[in-house]
Design a protein around this ligand. Structure first.
Ligand SMILES: [Zn+2]
Length: 131
C-alpha cells in the first residue's frame, strides 16, 4: 500500500510550502464559515482544497515550483517589511524618517534639531527638512 502510494506520487509535485499554507488557510476558512454561517466561506474552502490537491498531484513540477517560489518570496518580503515597520515604530520617539527626493533612499535623522540640511548617504543629494 505504502509502495503503491509512493509509486503514485512519483513525478508529482507533492506537498510544498504553498500547499502547507493552503491547508492551514482551508481550516481558517472552515472555522470562519462555522461561526459566520455564510456559505461563501465553505465554497472558498472547497475551491482552495481543489486547487491544493491539483498542485500536489500535478506532474508539471517546474511550474508548481515556480508558484511555490513566488509564494515563498512573497512571504519573505512580508516578514522583512513587518520587521522594518516594527523597528520604525520603536525608533519613532528619537528619529525622523525621510525619503531622498532623488533616489528614494530612506534617511534617518535624530529629532529635535530644527531645520537641518540632510545629505543622502547614497547619492549625495542634499535637501532641507525639519528634524
Ligand atoms: Zn539619494
Amino acid at each position: 500500500m505504502r509502495e503503491k502510494f509512493a509509486r503514485f506520487m512519483m513525478g508529482r509535485n507533492g506537498v510544498d510550502e504553498l500547499a502547507r499554507f493552503e491547508s492551514i488557510f482551508v481550516w481558517v476558512l472552515l472555522l470562519v464559515s462555522i461561526f459566520s454561517r455564510m456559505w461563501i466561506f465553505d465554497l472558498l474552502a472547497m475551491a482552495l482544497i481543489v486547487h491544493m490537491y491539483f498542485r500536489i498531484l500535478s506532474r508539471d513540477v517546474s511550474k508548481r515550483y515556480e508558484e511555490n517560489q513566488k509564494y515563498v518570496n512573497f512571504r519573505y518580503n512580508a516578514v522583512v517589511k513587518w520587521d522594518k515597520k516594527k523597528k520604525r515604530i520603536a525608533q519613532r520617539r528619537n528619529y525622523r524618517f525621510y525619503k531622498c527626493p532623488m533616489c528614494r533612499q530612506e534617511v534617518r535623522v535624530p529629532k529635535g534639531h530644527g531645520k537641518i540640511q540632510i545629505t543622502c548617504p547614497k547619492c549625495r543629494e542634499t535637501f532641507i527638512k525639519r528634524s
